[in-house]
Design a protein around this ligand. Structure first.
Ligand SMILES: Nc1ncnc2c1ncn2[C@@H]1O[C@H](COP(=O)(O)OP(=O)(O)OP(=O)(O)O)[C@@H](O)[C@H]1O
Ligand SMILES: [Mg+2]
Length: 159
């Protein structure tokens, strides 16, 4: 179920929350996956959800660096030229929520993809794995958006 324009439940102060920033480069994907694996394992989230979360993050972070403009192969950008993608993991009200913030234009939407189309599958896959997703625009410190996905957890996190 997509809830475009809606925000996920807010962190209520009693649950878990961790944030990481990565440069908009393909190397972001393994970094973010290992960040998610370590955090969710430490929080006691079941391995199935941990795996699903890594797949969804791969799709959302790939979209984020697609939209913010990836450097050409061999192009060495200065640090202040690289776009930064923020990734937040939260557990709130028995739900796992992943949020990916980029500073690119455009609107995430699931396209009508035909069998012969090469792309247009990432958000559909994310929806199938997570169940609920959405996005909302943000203005500061740079205009952009947050794309999020959320799962119901079967049991409480243990640490
Ligand atoms: N973070 C984003 N910012 C702006 N537009 C986005 C973002 N994420 C997705 N979109 C838009 O939604 C479309 C669908 O995204 P989706 O991930 O499903 O497919 P894709 O990235 O085009 O192809 P694939 O993921 O299969 O390689 C994208 O083509 C893009 O136009
Ligand atoms: Mg994609």
């Amino acid at each position: 179920m997509a809830t475009l324009g809606a925000r996920p439940p807010l962190h209520d102060g009693r649950d878990f929350r961790e944030l990481v920033g990565v440069a908009a480069l393909p190397t972001a994907i393994p970094l973010v996956r290992s960040f998610a694996r370590a955090k969710l394992s430490a929080w006691g989230v079941e391995a199935d959800h941990g795996w699903e979360c890594q797949q969804v993050l791969s799709e959302l972070v790939t979209n984020a660096f697609d939209i913010t403009g990836e450097p050409l192969p061999g192009e060495l950008l200065a640090l202040d030229e690289l776009a930064i993608i923020l990734v937040q993991l939260r557990i709130s009200a028995q739900r796992l929520i992943v949020e990916v913030r980029d500073s690119g234009d455009g609107r995430p939407q699931i396209p009508d993809t035909g069998v012969n189309d090469e792309g247009g599958r990432g958000l559909r896959l994310a929806t199938m794995l997570a169940g609920t997703w959405g996005w909302y625009p943000v203005a500061a410190p740079k205009p952009g958006k947050v794309v999020w996905a959320s799962w119901a957890l079967d049991r409480e996190a243990t640490s």
